[in-house]
Write a protein that binds this ligand. Structure first.
Ligand code: 2PG
Ligand code: MG
Length: 447
C-alpha cells in the first residue's frame, strides 16, 4: 500500500505543441516521479473525456482546468488534506490514506462521478493514475523490504492480481511480461499529415528476430523508403507520428512504396509485413467511405476493396477498417478475413470493456487496440487487456499521435503481455524514446 504525500500538476506541451497534463507525485515513503499523458487527433467519440479549457489560448486546447482539478480537488482527496488546506497546492497530511492501484483508480472514478470522466477530465485522472503506478513501482516496501521494480513488472503483478480476483479473466492463467512486436508507422496520412492519403497509418512489422534486430530491419526499410521517395522528388518530411508524409497519390501507391522499400532493403514480404490503420471514421461522410475524390464506397464495397488489398499486399492487420458505429460491417469483415488478417478495433472499442462486450457478442474484431487515455485509468486499461485476451483477441498497445517523452505505454505493453506495440516511426524524439525504452526492457528481460 502507498500513501500520497504530494501530487502536483502542470500544463506542459505535447509533440504537436499543444497543452497536456504532467503530474509530479511524491509518496509517503519519499518516492518522487513524474508522468504525463498523450492526446489523440483521430479520437473515437466514445473515448473518456479530455478536459480542455475552451479559452482563447492554444485555440481552446489549454488544460489549466484539468491541472487545477488535480492541484485542488484530487490532491485533497488523495493526500487526506482537508478542504481548508486548499490554498496549499497538493500538500496533505503525512497520515494520508493508503492506496493500491485499484483503490486509487476507484477513488478517482468515484470522485469524478461521471461515466466518461468529463467532470475532472480523463487527462487529469490518467495523469494521476499513471504517476501513482510509477511511484508505487519505484517504492521500496517497508513491510517486506522488497525493492522497487520497473513499471512493467508492477503492471504485470497488477494484471495477475486481477486475473486471480476477477471471474471474467479466470480462463487466462498467470501471464508473464513479454516483449511486444513493434509496428512502425512509416507513412502518415489521414488526420496525422497532409499527404492526402485517406488511410491514416501504413506500418512495417518485422516478423522475426530479437527486438534489436526488428528495429534494425525497420531502420533499413525506412532508409530505403526515404531514398526511394527522395529519388521520385517526393517529400521526406514527416507527419505527426514520425512517418513520411509525401503527396504520393493513392493508398495503393503508398502500399507499393512500402513493398519496394522492404524488397529494396533486402528483405522478403514474409520477413516484413504491413499493418494498416484506416481510422475509417475520419473518412466516413454521409454514409459513404470517401477514399478519394473518385472513390466513395459503401461498407460492402469498402470491404471488397480491403479484400483486394489483402490479396495483393502482405497486409496482416487492419485497424478500424470501418467507422466506429459500423458494427455489422466489422462483424462481416472479421468473419470473412479470419485467419488471413487481424481486424483491430480502436475507435470501435475505445479500450472500454462495455464496448468490447458488444464486440464480443457480435464477433466484430479479432484484436483490440489498447490506449490508456481512451479509458482514463491504469486499472481499467488492465481490465481491457485482460478482457481482450479472455476473448482470444490479440492485444495491440498504442501510443497517441500527440505524445510526450513519457514511456509508460511501453512498460504497460510489456507487463500485460501485449502482442504488438505501435509507437510511430524511428523519428521524432517522443517516438524514439519509446523504442529506446523497449530496447532497455529487452536487455533487462534477457539478462
Ligand atoms: C490511432 C492513433 C494512434 P490518434 O488512431 O490509432 O496512432 O491516432 O492518437 O490520433 O487517435
Ligand atoms: Mg487507430
Amino acid at each position: 500500500m502507498t500513501t500520497i504525500a504530494k501530487v502536483e500538476a502542470r500544463e506542459i506541451l505535447d509533440s504537436r505543441g499543444l497543452p497536456t497534463v504532467e503530474v509530479a507525485l511524491e509518496t509517503g515513503k519519499g518516492a518522487k516521479v513524474i508522468a504525463s499523458v498523450p492526446s489523440g487527433a483521430s479520437t473515437g467519440k466514445n473515448e473518456a473525456h479530455e478536459l480542455r479549457d475552451g479559452e482563447k489560448r492554444f485555440g481552446g486546447k489549454g488544460v489549466r482546468r484539468a491541472v487545477e482539478n488535480i492541484n485542488g480537488e484530487i490532491a485533497r482527496a488523495l493526500t487526506g488534506a482537508s478542504a481548508k488546506d486548499a490554498g496549499e497546492v497538493g500538500s496533505g497530511d503525512a497520515e494520508g490514506k493508503e492506496f493500491d492501484q485499484r483503490s486509487l483508480d476507484v477513488a478517482l472514478i468515484a470522485l469524478d462521478g461521471t461515466p466518461d470522466k468529463s467532470r475532472l477530465g480523463a487527462n487529469a485522472i490518467l495523469a494521476v493514475s499513471l504517476a501513482f503506478a510509477r511511484a508505487a513501482a519505484t517504492e521500496t516496501d517497508a513491510g517486506t523490504g522488497k525493492l522497487g521494480v520497473p513499471l512493467y513488472s508492477y503492471s504485470n503483478t497488477l494484471a495477475n492480481q486481477s486475473i486471480a480476483a476477477d471471474a471474467r479473466f479466470a480462463s487466462l492463467g498467470q501471464i508473464a511480461p513479454s516483449l511486444p512486436t513493434p509496428s512502425f508507422n512509416v507513412l502518415n496520412g489521414g488526420k496525422h499529415a497532409d499527404s492526402g492519403l485517406s488511410i491514416q497509418e501504413f506500418m512495417l512489422v518485422p516478423q522475426r528476430g530479437t527486438t534489436t534486430e526488428r528495429i534494425e530491419v525497420a531502420a533499413a526499410c525506412i532508409a530505403k523508403l526515404r531514398d526511394n521517395l527522395h529519388a521520385r522528388g517526393l517529400s521526406i518530411g514527416v507527419g505527426d507520428e514520425g512517418g513520411f508524409a509525401p503527396k504520393i497519390g493513392s493508398n495503393e501507391d503508398a502500399l507499393d512504396a512500402l513493398v519496394a522499400a522492404i524488397i529494396g532493403a533486402g528483405y522478403t514480404t514474409d520477413e516484413v509485413k504491413i499493418a494498416i490503420d484506416a481510422a475509417a471514421s475520419s473518412f466516413f461522410q454521409e454514409g459513404k467511405y470517401v477514399l478519394s475524390a473518385q472513390q466513395a464506397l459503401s461498407s460492402a464495397e469498402l470491404a471488397r476493396w480491403y479484400e483486394g488489398l489483402l490479396t495483393k499486399y502482405p497486409i496482416f492487420s487492419l485497424e478500424d477498417p470501418f467507422a466506429e458505429d459500423d458494427w455489422d460491417a466489422f462483424a462481416e469483415f472479421a468473419k470473412k478475413v479470419d485467419g488471413r488478417a487481424l481486424v483491430v478495433g480502436d475507435d470501435l472499442l475505445t479500450t472500454n470493456v462495455a464496448r468490447m462486450q458488444i464486440a464480443a457478442e457480435k464477433h466484430a474484431v479479432t484484436s483490440a487496440l489498447i490506449k490508456p487515455n481512451q479509458i482514463g485509468t491504469v486499472s481499467e486499461t488492465i481490465d481491457a487487456v485482460l478482457f481482450a485476451r479472455a476473448q482470444g483477441w490479440v492485444p495491440f498497445a498504442s501510443h497517441r499521435s500527440g505524445e510526450t517523452g513519457d514511456t509508460a505505454i511501453v512498460d504497460i505493453a510489456v507487463g500485460l503481455g501485449c502482442t504488438y506495440l505501435k509507437a510511430g516511426s524511428l523519428a521524432r524524439g517522443e517516438r524514439v524514446v519509446k523504442y529506446n525504452r523497449l530496447l532497455e526492457i529487452a536487455d533487462e528481460l534477457v539478462a
